[in-house]
Design a protein around this ligand. Structure first.
Ligand SMILES: [Zn+2]
Length: 622
């Protein structure tokens, strides 16, 4: 923004000078006298500068800009490289003759222009420009591949094209890959296990106990490192078994079965979802983007920060290039289970919620991959799992939790005293940022269970029963709904609509409990405490200031870019599964869904907020 304004002023100044020059020229017509000529003052000769020959490069490659300059009557004092057009990139340096940058991912051909200015020791400057054409790389897009049907699988055929890639990143003993991890139930998958030569028999419990079948008559639990049964390289420590499948009866009439890191879908779902290519390596539908990252995807196993970090996020870049700067959040999902959902704060734009990002404008200081600010982007969610369990929780982190420390009182009396970014279970505020009620002495992961007269046990949460009496209640749908004070913080409820008084129970006490290794089991639901600390939304405002939601953020209609990432094109089963789960997450108004293992957003926000994920709506083919 600053840069554009500067350019405009510069152009206006140039225009005024030109007009002045024309006026002087016309007014001087007819003059005849001329002053005696004086010897010209010594003239400084401006330097000669070369920004280098124009280049054509592939996307995501390192590009060297080799500039040079010379001065016939002095020396070169400064060099200055700037980018004047094209997708913004980050130069390795700007004040030397030579510099470099990483060519951005490109869904189509892009031309980037750079300018080198050299200034001599008398202040004369000369510029030259160089164009760099960045081509999208056809080699990075793999052939579309579908896993073999059980009826057609032969043990050494139809091996997934990314198995060699996966093997490169299997370096730790015990590491397993199931390729693919989402199939139709009539399809097969390949199991890979990294293990020492004598160890695989100890590590194939997944196959033994997963209830899988295998094409052929062999024992399902056998894996091979001898170049057969799908094994690519004999003796490399990676044991393999191809042509595995999920037994049809395990579906038990359901739409899908999820067991041991594998999702198998009913064949009735085949043909129900599609996604269309809108650029090389990018497909879209009403539930998000399907983005082929090539080798970059392998970082999910070794360094997922590389995929997520706004400074490197290739999937984010693709979405911005194709849809524009419209996203409040990104949710990034892998096509196989990696684990470890997380949240990256990029901007916190709502004032008065306790967030105080360290950089202007309300930013967490990333140099975003394309050099732009992307003020709208609140954060990037890592799902790392082919399901939406935990997405509601991670969105909660986007609006709530951290920095609201020492509320309603200091230190251990705060509502997030545990780790400062999740809500403690000994408060009466509900929502997915709080876990079940933890043992007051042992804490996480020792949950308190309530045992009823029939001997059944339930995990619990804290509720106020009648005034000042607090009880444990079995976890139900209600404890996953964001409480009104949190809906206030999200910008969804005005403060006058938040009338509840909440409580922090400092040093809560239980009675009639036994302590087991993992859980604490109680038959009495009464909870007392050393101190009851009441709080209201008015107290919150008094501590953190008045909330102010910026005009470009509409918490009632959140724009989320769903980035389904993969090395190879997603298979049909992967598209079907990821589409149905995300669509249900944003459209369901019920607590429990048909496909999802987590809480739908609209339901959790009492219908006050919806999430827009339709990638097809915001992109057009190019
Ligand atoms: Zn969390």
């Amino acid at each position: 923004m600053t840069w554009i304004r500067f350019r405009t002023q510069e152009m206006r100044l140039t225009f005024i000078i030109s007009v002045g020059a024309v006026v002087v020229s016309c007014g001087g017509g007819g003059g005849t006298s001329s002053a005696p000529e004086l010897p010209p003052p010594p003239v400084n000769v401006a330097p000669i500068v070369e920004a280098g020959s124009d280049l054509t490069v592939g996307e995501q490659t390192k590009v060297d800009l080799i500039g040079s300059a010379s001065d016939s009557d002095g020396t070169i004092s400064t060099y200055n490289w700037t980018q004047t057009s094209g997708i913004a990139v980050k130069l390795s340096g700007t004040d030397t003759a030579e510099t470099s940058f990483d060519a951005p991912a490109a869904s189509k051909q892009n031309i980037l222009t750079f300018q080198l200015t050299a200034t001599d020791n008398n202040g004369a400057a000369t510029t030259d420009t160089v164009n760099v054409t960045v081509n999208s790389n056809p080699g990075s897009v793999l052939e579309k591949w579908e896993p073999s049907l059980i009826s057609e699988c032969t043990t050494d055929s139809n091996i997934s094209p990314v198995l060699p890639l996966a093997q490169n990143f299997m370096t730790q003993d015990g590491q397993r890959v199931m390729e693919p991890s989402i199939i139709f139930i009539d399809q097969t998958f390949t199991f890979l296990l990294k293990a020492a030569p004598d160890a695989p028999s100890l590590s194939v419990d997944l196959l033994k106990f997963g209830g899988y079948g295998v094409v052929g008559v062999d024992d399902v639990s056998l894996v091979f490192d001898d170049g057969t049964h799908g094994d690519l390289v004999a003796g490399d420590g990676i044991f393999t078994r191809s042509c595995l499948y999920v037994l049809e009866e395990s579906l038990a009439g359901n739409d899908f079965v999820h067991s041991s890191n594998l999702w198998a879908l009913s064949t009735a779902l085949r043909g129900t979802e599609t996604a269309d290519y809108i650029a090389q390596g990018v497909r879209v539908n009403d539930a998000g983007f399907f983005i082929e990252l090539g080798d970059e995807y392998s970082n999910r196993l070794t360094n997922n920060w590389r995929l997520l970090n706004p400074e490197y996020c290739q999937a984010c870049l693709r979405a911005w290039q194709l849809a524009g700067d419209i996203f409040d959040f990104f949710a990034m999902s892998t096509r196989d289970p990696v684990g470890g959902a997380g949240y990256v704060r990029v901007h916190d734009n709502i004032l008065g919620t306790g967030f105080n990002p360290p950089c202007e404008p309300r930013s967490y200081c990333y140099s975003i991959i394309d050099g732009q600010e992307h003020q709208k982007l609140t954060g990037i969610i890592w799902m790392g799992w082919p399901g939406i369990g935990g997405l509601n929780h991670e969105l909660g982190h986007g609006f709530l939790g951290v920095e609201t420390r020492n509320f309603p009182a200091d230190g251990a009396r705060a509502w997030n005293a545990g780790d400062l970014f999740h809500l403690d279970s000994d408060i009466t505020v509900t929502g997915e940022l709080a876990g079940p009620f933890w043992d007051p002495v042992r804490g996480w992961p020792h949950a308190v269970q309530l045992e009823n007269e029939a001997g059944e046990r339930f995990e619990t949460y804290l509720t106020e029963d009648v005034d000042g009496i607090f009880r444990l209640k079995a976890l139900d749908d209600n404890n996953r709904i964001w409480d009104d004070i949190l809906l206030y913080m999200m910008g969804l409820l005005p403060p006058e609509d938040v009338t509840k008084t909440y409580y922090k129970l400092f040093n809560p006490r239980l009675s009639d409990c036994i302590t087991e290794e993992l859980n604490t089991v109680c038959t009495n639901d009464l909870v007392t405490a050393e101190e009851l600390i009441p709080f209201t939304v008015t107290d919150f405002i008094a501590q953190f200031g008045t909330r102010s939601v910026p005009p470009y953020l509409d918490p009632k209609r959140i724009q989320m870019g769903v980035l389904n990432i993969s090395d190879r094109p997603h298979t049909e089963a992967e598209i079907v599964w990821l589409t149905k789960t995300y669509r249900e997450f944003v459209t369901s108004s019920e607590a429990v869904g048909q496909f999802i293992d987590g809480t739908p957003w609209s339901w959790a926000t009492k219908g006050l907020s919806t999430i827009e994920i339709n990638a097809a709506l915001h992109t057009s083919s190019n």
